[in-house]
Ligand binder design. Sequence first.
Ligand code: ADP
Ligand code: MG
Length: 697
Amino acid sequence: MVNVPQIFGSLVFDDKTMKERLPKQTYKALKKTIEEDKPLDINVANIVANAMKDWAVEHGCTHYTHWFQPMTGVTAEKHESFINPNDDGSVIMEFSGKELIKGEPDASSFPSGGIRATFEARGYTTWDPTSYAFIKDGSLCIPTAFCSYTGDVLDKKTPLLRSMEAVGREALRVLRAMGDTTTTKVTTTVGPEQEYFLIDKAMFDSRKDLTYTGRTLYGARAPKGQELEDHYFGKIKDKVSSFMKDLDEELWKLGIYAKTKHNEVAPAQHELAPIFTTSNLATDHNQLTMEMMKRIANRHGMECLLHEKPFAGVNGSGKHNNWSIGSSDGANFLNPGKDPINNKRFLIFLSAVIKAVDEHQDLLRISAASAGNDHRLGANEAPPAIVSMFIGSDLEEILESIAYGKDYDGEHRELLETGVTVLPDFKKDTSDRNRTSPFAFTGNKFEFRMLGSNDNIACPNIMINTMIAEALSQFADILEKAEDPDAALIDIVKQTYRDHKRIIFNGNNYAPEWVDEAESRGLLNLRTTPAALAHYCDEKNLEMFGKHKIYSEHELRARCDILLENYSKTINIEALTMIDMARKDIIPAVSKYVKQLVETASAKKALSAEITSELEIEQAIKLSKLQLCFSKRIDKLDSLLIKAGDIHGIQELANFYADEVFPAMQEARIPADEMEMSMDAAYWPYASYGQMLYSVK
Ligand code: ADP
Ligand code: MG
């Protein structure tokens, strides 16, 4: 039996541990740094570093690493041992404040979008004291930000921290203008729900497509998929259950609030949700969660697939980014309370979200854009590529009544239903029914549902925080000048709703009619990653990110280039893998099987004219035709890749991959899947969909 409270956070140098292990003065100074974003004094850092090292060594650590999130999306680490030589040839274990605060990994191989020429490969990592150090694999991991010699950011954490500061600052301005003198700090909170697949490790290893690209590039559908919906919330299989138990324990040790686990819609698909925390911690924790999922799955003879669409025709995996904003002492500004129509703070923050989502649809779409996620957005399982918002009928009525003076009968209705005179809290149910909306109000937070399972949640949260900071900043400009701030606030709510009503859609986002309706409302529909990224550096975005000091123009363009390049590289690797599998495995396998058919036919014939070999001959003809068609399509794909080599311009190349290469891959897959369905399974070189999806018992 594990004692959860005892193991929780046992591998984290958290507040409790700091209090225990640091001299009082040092602890106080460090706390001040964390809470007030003050720079850290080197003397304090020296004492902290030494205490951290002692603690880590007691837990069996020999190394430390600066743990950071470069723009590859995964986390990076470079391990250094604590050893320092003595004069007598022995060693002591040391860790200085300087080593804690600053690291200098050789950064030349991380993508920088041209920010850092290779001759100036230096990049620095600096400790982020708002995220605790932790132990992983016998190493003390120090969460750090990563920037270049010239100070340009090269990671995802720095802009996230900047965006949290920006939205906190602008929110405080609004609160002050409304007469709130007590709130001292505003923070954003996030709870990411993480979907994933688990399949047998040996089957994973047997497939080049899964190994190289994370998804199946070929594969005929299994006779049974998710149509019976019997997997969703179903009984968890023993092997999966023991994986989940291990995972929970490891995450708890790392101080991660793993809370909910269940089976998802597709066979072999599952979900984990933590309890929400600050955006920064939630991001670090989600990165760690994904890493642990993969590692622990391996321990159990399984592979954890985090790709957004590992299997065609089966639901893909996403991530729901639950977001809210509130004071550091626990008030949630998106909580409507008992009387939302008179809750000014709620109304102004709700209005900020509405304005932000409408004005920056492009950025939300971009924040979830990747080659893998293009398989989901717009397919009938995830929200469409069109960004809209769901607020529920009650809130819509409230806003309608404020904006147009219509009657609001919320009170009346509650009374009718409950027969009591005291209004209950605004009911969560009234806003939680829509599961198809990309950006949904769910009672006291917004749930952004476009993310792919593999995404680093820093990106969407940078976007959300910054665009809401901008909306709040515009509101604050008005409120600070207003003679009657209460009246001005209602005016803002009124005007915002009138101006941005088009973004609100409470209907079914999967319905084909919505695409036309959205177009008539003038909403964006950016279907592919390159189409979305083409808007990244639009003037309004450069201006906003510049104003709030999130990204300079230079940094934003670099990021856009990296994402475009990443898209092209991903499709290129997938196409090369398809060609490799076709020529080395699939085509030869079909030939062998056809040979077998032909030999059987002629053996039958030789034995007696009375034994029919019609079936073998028909099959051999059919397969040979499919094989030829397949081979030609693979040749076409190959020639497109050669053509790609002549294309100049990062955006142009990404467009070419989206418009030419990707459709050619889909074309090539069709005859291959048909051949798989027509062949003796023993001849097919790969594990089938049925085997993989039902492999874990
Ligand atoms: P669902 O209806 O989607 O199951 P839950 O209430 O279980 O909703 O919450 C889903 C996620 O939202 C959880 O990770 C939860 O911690 C998170 N969440 C709840 N409140 C907030 C908040 N104020 N800010 C951010 N995330 C939150
Ligand atoms: Mg959810």
